[in-house]
Design a protein around this ligand. Structure first.
Ligand SMILES: O=C(O)C(=O)C[C@]1(C(=O)O)C=C[C@@H](O)C=C1
Length: 272
């Protein structure tokens, strides 16, 4: 199984890859989300793991567009508790650190901690673990990384401050993606769709009431601009259902009410 992740070994995507697929996988490390879809298209990867939202920092909006534009299929989801640590070379103290590099989503999740250290410069980087690796490879004194315990262990760094995320219960939701249209799970109890309504009064409310009428439990709705038409929006909705028939009937009714309907995936809801 060739599994592509954003980041390198020790990143949070790596942790998800091993928890979801086990340790016996062929890991493909990517340093940006944008390069990931082509790995599926060129058949270099069987699946992608892609973060989609975090409980503190919110949705990673460009990833919705990547999934939609490349016709990827969501075949699973995973919720990971995210524990961020400030780390550096062995022996370094917080007073020694002048610069901290990390993934932009990780920096957003730890802003509060750094309010007490105004002299530390926060700088965006490709991913959490690659900073940890760079500090070790180049023996960088005065530089810190925000990353997982696994990254500290993998790159032999010392944790200077543990659990520095703004809220203790911090979690990120990841999608498992393929480009296989038939990858929907027969036992699916969750689905993700995209739809565009007309701009008439009540058109969104009408769609939502169809979902409710068929016992679908909406877990997330996200609006995204339709970039070809300024001020027009598409909606990306996730919902949970107990009966596939309910889901099927709801979708048939929604189809009659919207301009565009696309199923992004049917899968098993991840444990929280
Ligand atoms: O840099 C990493 O370690 C990642 O796996 C990326 C990422 C993200 O994209 O949100 C994953 C989980 C955390 O929310 C912080 C960063």
């Amino acid at each position: 199984m060739k599994v592509a992740i954003q980041g390198i070994k020790g990143s949070f995507h790596h942790i998800v890859a091993e928890e979801y697929f086990g340790k016996n996988i062929d890991l493909l490390e990517c340093l940006s989300f944008t390069e990931m879809p082509n790995l599926l298209i060129d058949k270099k990867a069987d699946v992608l793991i892609m973060a989609i939202e975090n409980s503190i920092a919110g949705a990673i909006l460009p990833n919705y567009a990547l999934i939609d534009d490349h016709q990827l299929t969501i075949c699973g989801e995973f919720h990971l508790a995210i524990h961020h640590n400030l780390m550096g070379l062995k022996g370094q103290k917080i007073e020694d650190i002048n610069e901290v590099y990390s993934h932009p989503m990780a920096l957003l999740q730890c802003h509060k901690f750094f309010k007490d250290y105004p002299n530390i410069k926060l700088i965006e980087d490709k991913d959490t673990a690659s900073v940890a690796k760079r500090i070790q490879d180049n023996n960088l004194k005065g530089v810190g990384a925000i990353a997982s315990n696994l990254a500290a262990k993998t790159y032999n760094l010392e944790v200077i401050a543990p659990e520095i995320q703004t809220i203790k219960e911090n979690a990120t939701r990841f999608f498992i993606l393929t480009n296989d249209k038939d990858k929907s799970s027969v036992s699916a109890n969750k689905a993700s769709i995209k739809f565009i309504t007309s701009n008439d009064t009540g058109s969104l409310a009408e769609v939502l009431s169809i979902l409710a009428k068929h016992n679908l439990n909406l877990s997330k709705i996200q609006s995204m601009p339709v970039i070809e038409t300024p001020w027009k929006y598409a909606f990306f909705a996730d919902f949970i259902f107990n009966s596939y028939a309910d889901y099927f009937n709801a979708l048939s009714e929604v189809k009659e009410k919207v301009e565009i309907l696309k199923v992004l995936g049917e899968y098993n809801k991840g444990k929280r």
